[in-house]
Design a protein around this ligand. Sequence first.
Ligand SMILES: [Zn+2]
Length: 308
Amino acid sequence: MMHRLFMMSLLCVLSASTLAETAPIRVLATFSILADLAHEVGGDRVVVSSLVGPDQDAHGFDPRASDIRRMSQTDLVIANGLGFDPWIARMVAAARYKGRVLTVSDGITPLMADAHDDHDDEPSGSHAHAAHGAADPHAWLDINHAKHYVGAIAATLGTLDPAGASHYADRATAYNAQLDALDAELRRRFSALPAHRRTVVTPHDAFGYFAHAYDLHFVAPAGLSNEASPSAANLAALIDQLRQLKVPVVFFESFADERLIERIRQATGARRGGLLYADALAKTGPASTYLGLMQHNAETLITGLGAP
Ligand SMILES: [Zn+2]
């Protein structure tokens, strides 16, 4: 009798510990693109959700009480850093969250926004309205930085779940190989664009890293965040500049306010380019994964810029 009871309690202990080992790691990402990368690395060993979902703007996110509660049921928080999701620090404090916070941009060299922010005589293209000396947070739009993010996620998951360390490392290696292949393809295709077809007009200044990677020139009326709006003088100077450059096409962005870019389009006589995704995945369709988003943006840009 004693023996049987002992065996039963031993079985209970064993099954409880087995459960604890196989229970998925709960990951909370600040926005949809990081959630996708975490899902790619973690596979079935993780359950991932994001605070700012697809087709939503993380720049002006205001966490609700329910978001703070979600944090208390999380093993790992993944943030971008570089001022993109600064609200995460307030949430960690409010939730008294004691788990790991991984800032995936740690270790990369960020692009700095142009210091010449308010020179009306010099609408300096992609950084015309950025805050003085601010780091550009949109580092994921350079595939090589995304690979850094993936490596950081794999390493952190491996320390939280050592039994899965090789699973995470293998998945990260395989995924980064897909990113390398896409990067090589984009390099080849963008290098075929002639010099006079490399100026891209977008609503907000999100594509600095992408421009840097593929030798394009992006111009945006709003600043690094969708919330910044240009002064009338800056807007007029920008329109002048685009007229002089005879920029033939302007691009739109998911969930960004269309009015400003539409005004520029009409004032310059440019065509409507397609829709670009910068700060969030799409809910559905080709841009609903990071790889798909990069492919979709490249396709849209090459089609729009390449047309006569
Ligand atoms: Zn942005």
